[in-house]
Design a protein around this ligand. Sequence first.
Ligand code: NAP
Length: 525
Amino acid sequence: MHCSGQMLIGQQAVTGSSAVIHAVNPATGEQMEPPYPGGGAAEVEKACQLALAAFDDYRELALEDRALFLETIANEIEAIGEVLIQRAVSESGLPQARIVSERGRTCGQLRLFASVVRAGEWLDVRIDPAIPDRQPMPRTDLRQRHIALGPVAVFGASNFPLAFSVAGGDTASALAAGCPVIVKAHSAHPGTSELVGRAVQKAVSKCGLPEGVFSMLFGSGRDVGAALVADYRIKAVGFTGSRSGGTALMQIAQQRKEPIPVYAEMSSINPVFPLPSALKARGETIAEGFVASLNMGAGQFCTSPGLVVAEKGEALDAFVSKARDVLQQCASQTMLTRGIYEAYQQGLDRLSSHANVSEVARGQVGDSPNQCQSALFITTATDFLADEALQDEVFGSTSLVIECTDSAEVKQIAELLEGQLTATLQMDDADFDIARQLLPTLERKAGRILVNGWPTGVEVGHATIHGGPYPATSDSRTTSVGSAAIFRFLRPVCYQALPDRLLPGPLKESNPMGLKRLYNGKRET
Ligand code: NAP
């Protein structure tokens, strides 16, 4: 398989006619071939038209066939082989080992959703059979199941060229729910996107599905992306990226004649709370773990620990001193794009020139383009509380330590924080009471609470929540990672007094699909 520079609309490969995108190798600054001309109104129209045409057939596909489709996508991605790995490495600057493991995660997610589809629990079938002789009024027959929302627009993320992009978690969960998907590929990795897009396109054909189940467009977010979100046939949006990009899409979606949900994962600084006893007993070990998490992937993770909140004193001084020593040894790493590198530099400049923030340490300087130099800063709780801007995400390997006078101030900081994807406690048994006092606040602030771990490295499981209150995400009721992500693209429908012959399979009295339904308030076995 090779890169042709074309968009994929249904089973067609189409050359765009708007501004050309060139991938740039961030490690060398070299422009890569082929050019990717962007799409426009005509391509958005065609992709949406095909997606709508495919919707009713695709959403009623037998569960086994839909599961096989997801597995076929995974097989086709693996079949691309080394070409995909090399292209993704060149377009992202990420190390080969990371890309290989990300491919594993991407295919693993697709297979996880295949198993979820087969199990059918997401249909959440509930049946309240009629009770004609109930007094004083008879009860009518009520049956509920979940159906797919409709065609979904997915925006690929810059920081996960595979796992959060063309066939990443948003696409896998939307396809699992029965929604056709139109991807707006991220301009930083068009070649990777095309290779994966062609694998999905091939899977659509191999499985004999309607072609509109999948399309992929290139082009600027403000034109192609905005037009997609505004199109009446699109019924939901999945996005990972900046707060400004996500909120712009939320606004477009809200201003439509028919507003639709936007599931945007945007910005989080993932506070870490090393509690006093743990800090005293093993502050240096905590510092090592912290810097390792911060430095992972040049800090270009939505879960990077960008804030450390702790009581001041000798234990915190020792932690900071160790973190300084370790961080100063950290080699620089290539950032994903020139834009992300420049935004990172601006973030560091803002912190280092802030009157009430001190620089603790910087990592090593690199001599190739777009190098992320890790950094650590420190401030007091009073100064942090006085300046909202200190909460802004600086996307990259930097973090801010906040010195608090006591545990009440630690809690005050926690209360002030915006919504987060994660909140981490480093604690020992003697910290139990403080942890218990912090927990209700952290529950209100974050989607995932960790003890004695690090927020980077998100497990793709059934209990995973990768979400949180705004601005971590646009909808705190959901997750973009793990099997529960499917619920973003479903809605319940209730069928009242429909004759059995007219009912969809999951709701028929004989339970032909063998589902574990909630029948008359009791779970079927
Ligand atoms: P981005 O600028 O938000 O772009 C993500 C996608 O959204 C791209 O396809 C982009 O299209 C599109 N887009 C952006 N603004 C839009 C708008 N106003 N209307 C419609 N579409 C729009 O994110 P990025 O390029 O990945 O990185 C930029 C910054 O985002 C980073 O420096 C970082 O701060 C943040 N980021 C955060 C996370 C996280 O998980 N928290 C992850 C990645 C990035 P085009 O670029 O093609 O126009």
